[in-house]
Design a protein around this ligand. Structure first.
Ligand code: FMN
Length: 187
């Protein structure tokens, strides 16, 4: 059966580098035979998680749609920007909202057993690598299988043209290979 891969970045920024990175990995997954979906996390953005507001927002259209997307896909490609040596509040907030029970359904059905490929990038020389193990730990602890290969892309600001196309051929094939690996592992 065709495997379904969902990609998103933990950035709400329109011109996010991580959105560009995950799209290249997603192309690799598509070439490997997967059915692919890219989403902008801001379309599913919810308030900063507050347990007092769970009843109000957990059944919101945004949360339910995001949950359904996670549930209906076999694997995820997540671009995880490094903010102060950790992950972005947008990504953590989305994971938190998507991990609480809704209408009697177990919360973690969204992540349990799902395969995940991670990527980060930064303008500097370390490629945002410090956010990767933190993202990995969070997702692993809620039941996802985060694949061991990952990509941290240094000087990401120099890797795409003005139209958002990747210009570094070696990087392109490495990212696409990660997408293929994700699909092959799920198969
Ligand atoms: C609050 C904040 C903290 C940041 N901390 C780091 C950091 O610790 N290390 C790093 O490499 N970049 C850091 N950055 C830069 C981001 O990695 C950079 O803006 C990146 O492009 C964000 O990803 P995006 O382009 O997908 O939005 C930080 C940016 C912000 C706004």
């Amino acid at each position: 059966m065709t495997k379904k891969i969902l990609a998103f970045a933990g950035s709400l920024r329109k011109d996010s580098w991580h959105k560009k990175l995950v799209k290249v990995i997603l192309a690799g997954a598509k070439n490997a035979g997967a059915e692919v979906t890219f989403i902008n996390l801001e379309d599913y953005e919810l308030p900063l998680f507050n347990e007092d507001k769970v009843a109000e927002f957990v059944v919101s259209e945004r949360n339910l749609k995001f949950r359904e997307l996670l549930k209906s896909h076999d694997g995820f490609i997540i671009g995880t920007p490094e903010y102060n040596s950790a992950i972005t509040p947008a990504l953590k907030n989305a994971i938190d909202w998507a991990s609480v029970p809704v209408n009697g359904e177990e919360g973690l059905v969204t992540f349990k057993g799902k395969f995940v490929a991670l990527v980060s990038g930064s303008a500097g020389g370390f490629g945002g690598i410090r956010g990767l193990p933190i993202t990995r730990l969070i997702l692993s602890n809620i039941g996802a299988h985060v694949i061991s290969d990952q990509m941290a892309v240094p000087k990401v600001t120099e890797k795409f043209d003005a139209s958002g196309n990747i210009t570094d051929e070696k990087l392109k094939s490495q990212l696409e290979a990660l997408g293929k690996q994700l699909v092959d592992l799920i198969k």
